[in-house]
Design a protein around this ligand. Structure first.
Ligand code: IPE
Ligand code: IPE
Ligand code: MG
Length: 254
């Protein structure tokens, strides 16, 4: 089976598990636990990152059948540069190889890929591959896959504020008209809906600077499974639990 399902599958399952059944349309995942997964096997941390990367494809493939139209995954945070040079270099080379290897399959499956985060600190070769993947998949819409790479919410808000400040200084935006929507338009995620569900694997119950603004009303699931063990079956169970939640958005439903 290729990456993802056919268009017909996608629309069919949408009708069953999408908005009508109250399933999450936009799922964001903090893919954590690769290092511990490797340590438990007495392997170097990068071994865990490779296992984690293999898991991504299966989760991407599972989305259309689960009624998920948007998937956002945290691949590397603005704080992850603190790790050893070996780990950082290994991750960057893994990202390059992953994009090279998966571009064709992602495109064939109708996945539209976008990257969020600051590209300035990334290697030029990697940025070129990211740009290319975004371009070749630009017309797809069976799944909107967003990869957060050198992403941190505070950094994102700071960059957005700087651009907004330039617009104000240039006289193109009136400060008295600045509201939530104005700022949201300057965020990396400006074309995406807010996440309905944020999943973090590995047992840590923290956000680690991921989609702070966008997740104001997201539901959270912190699960103990380490990312390389996060199978489509585990994913489906987490999605299922979402249906039982009562999202009130500050209002009253009963
Ligand atoms: C998540 O796994 C992947 C990245 C942050 C790149 P970790 O590498 O954080 O794994 P643990 O948390 O050390 O187990
Ligand atoms: C968050 O995980 C970042 C990614 C999953 C890419 P970390 O492992 O970096 O987060 P902390 O350090 O445990 O908060
Ligand atoms: Mg971690």
């Amino acid at each position: 089976m290729g990456l993802g399902s056919t268009d017909a599958d996608h629309h069919g399952s949408d009708a069953m598990t999408g908005t009508e059944a109250g399933g999450p349309k936009h799922v964001a995942i903090i893919m954590d636990g690769n290092g511990r997964w490797a340590q438990r096997r007495a392997k170097p941390r990068l071994y865990g990152h490779h296992a984690g990367a293999r898991r991504v494809r299966q989760i991407v493939e599972a989305c259309p059948g689960l009624g998920v139209s948007h998937l956002t995954i945290f691949a590397f945070s603005t704080e992850n540069w603190k790790r050893t040079q070996t780990e950082v270099a290994g991750l960057m080379s893994l990202f390059r190889r992953y994009i090279e290897r998966e571009t064709q399959a992602l495109n064939a499956a109708g996945v539209r890929v976008r990257f969020i985060g600051d590209r300035i600190r990334l290697d030029g070769k990697l940025v070129a591959l990211m740009d290319h993947l975004e371009q070749v998949t630009a017309d797809n819409d069976s799944l909107h896959l967003t990869v957060a790479l050198n992403y941190g919410s505070r950094d994102e808000v700071a960059r957005a504020t700087q651009r907004l400040a330039y617009e104000v200084a240039a006289g193109r935006i009136n400060p008295s008209g600045v509201n939530e929507n104005t700022l949201a338009q300057f965020l990396d995620t400006h074309v995406l809906p807010d996440p309905d569900l944020v999943i973090r694997t590995s047992g840590e119950a923290r956000i680690s600077n991921f989609l702070l603004w966008q997740s104001a009303y997201a539901e959270y699931e912190f699960i103990n499974t380490l990312w390389p063990d996060f199978t489509p079956e585990v994913f489906a169970r987490v999605i299922d639990r979402f249906g039982a939640r009562d999202r009130r958005f500050g209002g009253v439903t009963r």
